[in-house]
Design a protein around this ligand. Structure first.
Ligand SMILES: C[S@@+](CC[C@H](N)C(=O)[O-])C[C@H]1O[C@@H](n2cnc3c(N)ncnc32)[C@H](O)[C@@H]1O
Length: 259
């Protein structure tokens, strides 16, 4: 499908390996959605950018109906390959043009998707349209090493190299829903630890495993990898040593703007 949004077709093969939760944490993340969203076995839930089902597979068995949409068929084929009886209704399509009737869902789940959509405001209009009058948006994201120097490194590079083209900037990610009039009703998070060697990121960047490097030229990528290596050397005593990294999965519940 041709689109200016950032599809994850190229990531389907390695997405779960690089973005998956440690064992058991996917269940805790699903419980966080259930708690925050007050989801029940009668709830009708839509997930936009459903991907490989990292959220959908553990969450779907707890709700009445789970519908997922994504522009990437290869990502959803991975979801299908992992299903063990979870009922998930999938569509290939764009969050900005949803193929669902008005007021169809009690909740919309969105995790790590708005930053990939250049005119994400259009997606928010669509989410509001398909939500029932008392329906809510459940916005989730996870971060490894909250507030670490690593986050600062990426923020800095994003600005300098202007790799970001379209969706949300790092700064906007904290405020975009409130800026558009969505009201924060409640939130929760799940803390967990991953174990990784900082140097692994260098290989992941070299192999363009993260969407932030998909639009870089070979020269830009090589320069960024060099900077990353230098940064890791001064930041970690031994970047090749596996270390515990404090991480968290966040869920926020928002009501759509009144008008
Ligand atoms: C970073 S992945 C997140 C997948 C899943 N939500 C998760 O947390 O594991 C983002 C997903 O959003 C999809 N995506 C990007 N732009 C989209 C759009 N405009 N409409 C629907 N899906 C989109 C990508 O193809 C990809 O599968």
């Amino acid at each position: 499908m041709s689109t200016d949004t950032i599809t994850f077709d190229r990531a389907a093969e390695f997405y779960d390996r690089t973005r998956g939760f440690p064992d058991g944490i996917e269940r805790d993340a699903a419980q966080a959605f259930i708690r925050v969203g007050a989801l029940t076995t009668r709830s009708r839930v839509l997930e936009v950018g459903v991907g490989t089902g990292r959220i959908a597979l553990p969450l779907a068995p707890h709700v009445g109906k789970y519908v997922g949409i994504d522009i990437s068929r290869p990502m959803m084929l991975k979801l299908r390959g992992k299903q063990t009886g979870e009922r998930i209704n999938l569509s290939e399509g764009d969050a900005r043009v949803l193929p669902y009737a008005d007021a169809s869902f009690d909740a919309v789940v969105a995790v790590h998707v708005f930053h990939l959509i250049p005119n994400w405001q259009r997606a928010l209009v669509e989410l509001k349209r398909v939500l029932k009058p008392d329906g809510v948006l459940l916005h989730g994201w996870n971060r490894q090493g909250d507030n670490e120097p690593m986050q600062q490194f990426w923020r800095q590079r994003e600005r300098e190299s202007r790799t970001f083209e379209g969706g949300l900037s790092f700064e906007q990610r904290q405020t975009f829903l409130a800026d558009e009039g969505w009201r924060l009703l409640s939130e929760d998070k799940v803390d967990y630890t991953v174990h990784a060697a900082p140097i692994e990121l260098v290989n992941e960047m070299r192999n363009r495993m993260w969407s932030r490097c998909w639009r870089l030229s070979d020269e830009q990528l090589a320069a960024m990898v060099r900077e990353l290596e230098a940064f890791l050397k001064v930041t970690f005593a031994d970047p090749a040593q596996i270390v515990p990294v404090a991480s968290a999965f966040h869920v926020q519940k928002y009501a759509p703007p009144a008008v």
